[in-house]
Ligand binder design. Structure first.
Ligand SMILES: NC(=O)c1ccc[n+]([C@@H]2O[C@H](COP(=O)([O-])OP(=O)(O)OC[C@H]3O[C@@H](n4cnc5c(N)ncnc54)[C@H](O)[C@@H]3O)[C@@H](O)[C@H]2O)c1
Length: 330
């Protein structure tokens, strides 16, 4: 099929071109994101391939449908950026990559926890400058700490297994109870108990109307004094202004985020020669106990190989008119 990629980077074309040897689709790559200004560029293609910060709202979908697009292939797991009802009404199918490497995101979660705790980012800079003083670098043993995981799907369960290896007590909350909880040793609990008892809280649930701003002033108030908060899931799970207030008061002692609610204007681009206009983000950057990565948790070679192979298979399945195993519906 003729497929146009939006928001594509060199690493996308590298991994997709390699995987496409086995499929022979016609792949074209655009660096521009999908939005109402760029949607018409998809004319004369049959499918588009988009990523986490592309906009596929009703207006954009209408333009895509007018241009003849029949399929949107998400090269990611989350689909909160696509208006699924509008897509269905226009006869556009939407497919995604439901699972690639849960290890990539779970291991990055641990990287954020360990870096914030043991301050290896600060130590690296100090040692480079010949400063071997330890003041300000003290951490705590992860062993014996209580970690609360919200969302125990593929990534949450891998994160739980890793944390059990460190000797943590793992509390978990999910809308569904799963058989793995007992096997891993996760104590299933409600959100109130998770907030009240966790030294570290990590988010692994999807962004939905129910989970939007799940972390807000009222839920932060229920957390332990000095809690560490980690979000590698979706930015809008967290009310950033409420978290800043928590950091200023010291209630939140550490924050590690790979996602940010207004990241679409920032992440995946080199903005180092520009003045960043987002004052909330700049306030976050000013704290020395906040660690931000730019949506890179998924970014391992294993994950990219798997994302490319599954996306191309989704496109082939659609082309052959077979049932779409990875379709997302409203
Ligand atoms: N930072 C990154 O690079 C990156 C990469 C991949 C995925 N993600 C994010 O991680 C999230 C989790 O991915 P996954 O592969 O584990 O998904 P998954 O679908 O396997 O698991 C999600 C879990 O959340 C649970 N859930 C749904 N609504 C909930 C609610 N209201 N409260 C608590 N739990 C709820 C579901 O029951 C499920 O068990 C994705 O939604 C995505 O937003 C981020």
């Amino acid at each position: 099929m003729n497929v146009l990629f939006f928001s594509s980077k060199v690493y996308d074309s590298t991994f997709f071109n390699a995987a496409n040897q086995a499929y022979s689709h016609q792949l074209s790559y655009l660096e521009a994101p999908l939005n109402k200004k760029t949607a018409l560029l998809a004319k004369e293609h049959e499918a588009i391939c988009i990523f986490v910060n592309d906009t596929a709202n009703a207006e954009v979908l209408r333009l895509l449908a007018e241009g003849g697009i029949k399929l949107i292939a998400l090269r990611c797991a989350g689909f909160n950026n696509v208006d699924l009802e509008a897509a269905a009404a226009l006869g556009i199918k939407v497919v995604r990559v439901p699972a690639y490497s849960p290890y990539s995101v779970a291991e990055h979660t641990l990287a954020l926890i360990l870096t914030l705790n043991r301050k290896t980012h600060r130590a690296y800079n100090r040692v480079k400058e010949g400063n071997f003083a330890l003041n300000g670098l003290m951490g705590f043993d992860l062993h014996g700490k209580t970690v609360g995981l919200i969302g125990l799907g593929k990534i949450g369960l891998v994160t739980a297994r890793i944390l059990k290896g460190f000797g943590c007590r793992v509390l978990g909350y999910d809308v569904e109870k799963k058989k793995e909880f007992d096997e891993i040793g996760i104590e299933f609990t409600d959100l109130a108990a998770l907030y009240a008892n966790s030294d570290i809280i990590s988010l692994h649930c999807p962004l939905t109307p129910q989970t939007s701003h799940l972390i807000n002033r009222s839920t932060i108030a229920q957390m332990k004094q000095g809690v560490m908060l980690i979000n590698t899931s979706r930015g809008a799970l967290v009310d950033t202004k409420a978290v800043i207030a928590g950091l200023k008061s010291g209630h939140i002692r550490y924050l590690g985020i790979d996602v940010y609610e207004e990241e679409a204007d920032l992440f995946f681009e080199d903005l180092s020669d520009r003045v960043i206009q987002d004052d909330v983000f700049m306030r976050l950057l000013s704290f020395n106990n906040v660690l931000i990565t730019g949506h890179q948790a998924f970014f391992t070679s294993n994950a990219l190989e798997s994302i490319a192979a599954i996306t191309l298979q989704n496109i082939t399945t659609f082309e052959q008119g077979k049932p779409l195993e990875n379709e997302v519906k409203a």
